[in-house]
Unconditional design. Structure first.
Lengths: 129, 129, 129, 129, 129, 129
């Protein structure tokens, strides 16, 4: 993987997130460094940095997809946090998750909402601490 | 189901779509009329008409989720068409679908893109006809 | 695979279904005969012939699961037909499918209902022919 | 959402469950109150209270679907508990879960059975306490 | 996307397949050229060309995964064809698909086997033509 | 279920695994003994003991499928452990998991890699203890 793509992805990640990005990078680091590198280079360097769609819509789309799939709770929480970091409101995130009840069923939406509550609570406690 | 919710959903549907909505209503009609009614009342009357998130973001979120799930090609095409009807550009739809390669894999994204191509082509031919 | 289990499965299948069973066996025959044998022996010989749950509840449970998964339309139609063969009413099948809107979303339920309509129509035409 | 549908759903829920319903309502309450309301109104008020299928078959169908999907362990345990509350036997629940090995594979069935064991154990301990 | 990665992916693709690769490239071409490029560059340039696992094992793993997911029949057929192109035998492919009955259920395995039959038949007819 | 199939499955399991098999059998024992028996008889007695595909390829295929599905983390860890037991290298397992980023998305691959890390660490600590 070219260093250029990785650095572009890293810059994209850092531009987007706050504390959640550092936490995500630490989690990624603990894994296969090759997969970490690919994730940063492809997801953030190649795809999310593309023009043509604003970051807020991109994060809401990811929150929608991960809520619907229901198989990646860790990543769902990370992307809810990133959605907040790029300027989505808590209400917008809640609306997208509620909407998934229509397309993926109520259990998926309820689990998505539980993830959002956890992220919101973590942020509130961080601010209060 | 209350007539009020159904009518609210129908109004929402008609406000959103063009020809695709009529096609969808015809398809729904052919099925259990109870399920048709619930779909209109719940999906469009209760959820999509909620304030707090604009219709463009809602449709992009649905396109993302249905592309990621990969189990509802008919509905995916209908929502790509509705996304266009509420003002999303073809490029925005393509971007959301490409992004799903990251979160649900390349086959999901490729199948989503094939669906989009089909919808776009249908519109182009319709306009030319 | 023991002939005994296969024959037990075959007897179970024949006791359950009508024309749909023969169609299913023909379809199975066209595939790997080992997988055909396993399907008959395990699904029908080992599992569906177990006491402890009546066949009507078993078929409704399968219709529910295949509707929710959304990945096996051929098998869903076969099991809707079998559900009718073991005495489920069309209304019961419709209810189970509508219920899946709650647990797996409206697209899954709408596709399940389309499958049921197709099976019902096929039976109506068969009877009229 | 109309108060009437919500109250109908609540009445349905209370008629069905025992302690599990209260636990579920508490869990729901902790989330978006809008989503809570929709769940009660739609799932219990609109769908599960429909005539045409008995509650025992409905709960077995839901246990089947959630076992097959494998993405909603909290809701699966709640519905196993509700299945018991509406009169399903432990053996019937076990049979439905075993049957899912055929339609969704052994890991799904094994995880479903682990959920059932947990619910059964919780009830046994509750009774003994 | 760098031309180098794309060309590496293309070389990998061409080294692997026979006619199926050309068919796949044509199919890809018909879609978003950006997504085509990413697929070639990432899937074939970055991942499948990595040392550490032979191509036969890689293709069998992909056949296993796509059979289990059950959401990408077009890609499943393409990868069954590629598995043959890199030296897997028809029996090995059948065994992997049969094995998926254990991990993803019989409908997934039966649909996977139907896909394999179709690919095998296409090759037999091609040879005879 | 015939004792012969169960014993064949048990022999296959014991031939494959080391400590992980005993842990798996204990876990299975805690569940419905009928489902335990079926798992051993069908998965190990009928399927995995078939000639036509070596055990290393079989385990890599299962790791691929369970990583892609993302719904069975307990079983994924067990099969990563079994893959090591039948002679797969850690690198081969990592490669299969990385490859799943292409076919099922990065979250699935990242969660699969986290499972592998956990299994590898458990083995390293066991050896050191």
């Amino acid at each position: 993987m070219s260093e250029e793509r990785y650095n572009k992805g890293l810059a994209q990640l850092e531009a987007m997130g706050g504390e959640s990005v550092q936490a995500m990078l630490n989690q990624l680091e603990d894994m296969s460094s090759d997969l970490t590198g690919m994730t940063v280079a492809f997801a953030y360097g190649d795809v999310l940095s593309r023009p043509g769609l604003d970051l807020r819509s991109r994060q809401l789309a990811t929150v929608a997809a991960l809520t619907a799939l229901g198989t990646a709770p860790v990543q769902l929480r990370a992307h809810i946090d990133m959605a907040l970091a790029v300027g989505c409101t808590r209400d917008e995130i809640r609306e997208v998750i509620i909407q998934m009840a229509v397309y993926a069923g109520f259990p998926a939406a309820l689990n998505g909402m539980a993830a959002a509550k956890e992220v919101f609570r973590g942020r509130d406690e961080g601010e209060m601490g």
